[in-house]
Design a protein around this ligand. Structure first.
Ligand code: SAM
Length: 290
């Protein structure tokens, strides 16, 4: 019997370790104009997508990141109508955002059409409800160029990007955050994929420093995502409404009930509020941000 292939996540090679995944079947593998894309079946995690050697999404644990990147900013805001996703081509976050009936329009700006096309084929549970929802607009463009040019204004911007390498690098820049600030309505909020603090502390400190140059409040909240190895994953938080991150659990719960208490597997009003209580080592990493 042929030897099983194993695929390594090479994101932390510079730290001297790799996580490797046994491959039951490669479903899709392509060097696109922007990045190397491989989608494969894993015996435990199910379908897994890797871009440039970094795990993006697995069927087993995608709900944690997708729910926390969607429901935390939207329930904290309380009345987000215009929402922008930068990246997010797998449409997992878009599917969660569209559960909010208050959202009138959702625009997703993804640089790589191959990611959206493969998602239509391999993640119909996300793409079907999304592409059949008339509130949804899919744009293929560089997120930096889009926010630098658009005349639109948004109540929430969700940056579901790859890591600060390749096409994703510019999405961690001061000019990108400044352009996002320009596109936000008064009282708007931006959340970002901000890495795994125990392995990527400099990335977190650097992002929050840049947030604090543009916004009255810059920080992060956390969640544990098994295949984003390293324990806590940090989600960057930037807004001029300092009170937003202290929204009481009663208020969040009332907004959730008003939204029809749609199904979630990780996010709850209590988990939402608790996610801003940072473990000391992460709070110290955040405190280094000037
Ligand atoms: N949750 C994943 C993570 O945390 O690593 C990210 C998932 S999502 C698939 C990341 C998406 O960002 C990819 O589809 C990638 O093509 C897209 N992306 C990277 N750079 C981009 C850019 N400059 N503009 C728009 N999309 C970009």
């Amino acid at each position: 019997m042929a030897e099983k292939r194993w695929i390594a996540e090479t994101l932390f090679d510079d730290l001297g370790f790799r996580m490797t995944f046994q491959v039951d079947k490669v479903l899709y593998e392509l060097q696109t104009e922007h990045q190397h894309l491989v989608l494969f079946e894993h015996p435990f995690f199910g379908k897994m997508l890797m871009l440039d050697g970094a795990t993006q999404i697995t069927k087993k644990d995608e709900f944690i990141y997708q729910e926390m990147m969607s429901h935390v900013p939207l329930f904290a805001h309380g009345n987000a109508r215009e929402v922008l996703i930068i990246g997010g081509g797998d449409c997992g976050i878009a599917e969660e955002v569209l559960k909010h009936k208050t959202v009138e329009r959702l625009t997703q700006v993804e640089i790589d059409p191959a990611v959206v096309e493969f998602a239509k084929e391999h993640f119909p549970e996300f793409t079907k409800p999304v592409f059949t929802d008339k509130r949804f607009e899919s744009v293929i463009d560089d997120g930096m160029k889009y926010v630098a040019r658009t005349e639109r204004r948004f109540d929430a911007i969700i940056v579901d990007s790859t890591d600060p390498q390749g096409p994703g690098k510019v999405l961690f820049s001061t000019k990108f955050y400044a352009a996002c600030k320009r596109c936000l309505n008064k009282g708007g909020v931006m959340v970002t994929q901000s890495g795994v603090p125990i392995f990527q502390p400099a990335e977190l400190t650097s992002s929050i420093s840049k947030f604090r140059k543009q916004f009255a409040d810059g920080g992060c909240y956390v969640a544990a995502i098994p295949t984003y190895i390293g324990g806590h994953m940090a989600m960057g938080w930037a807004t001029d409404r300092k009170s937003l991150r202290q929204t009481p659990v009663k208020t969040i719960a009332a907004r959730y009930r008003k939204a029809g208490s749609f199904s979630t597997k990780y996010w709850t009003p209590e988990v939402h509020v608790a996610a801003f209580a940072l473990p000391r080592f992460i709070a110290e990493t955040v405190a280094k941000a000037r």
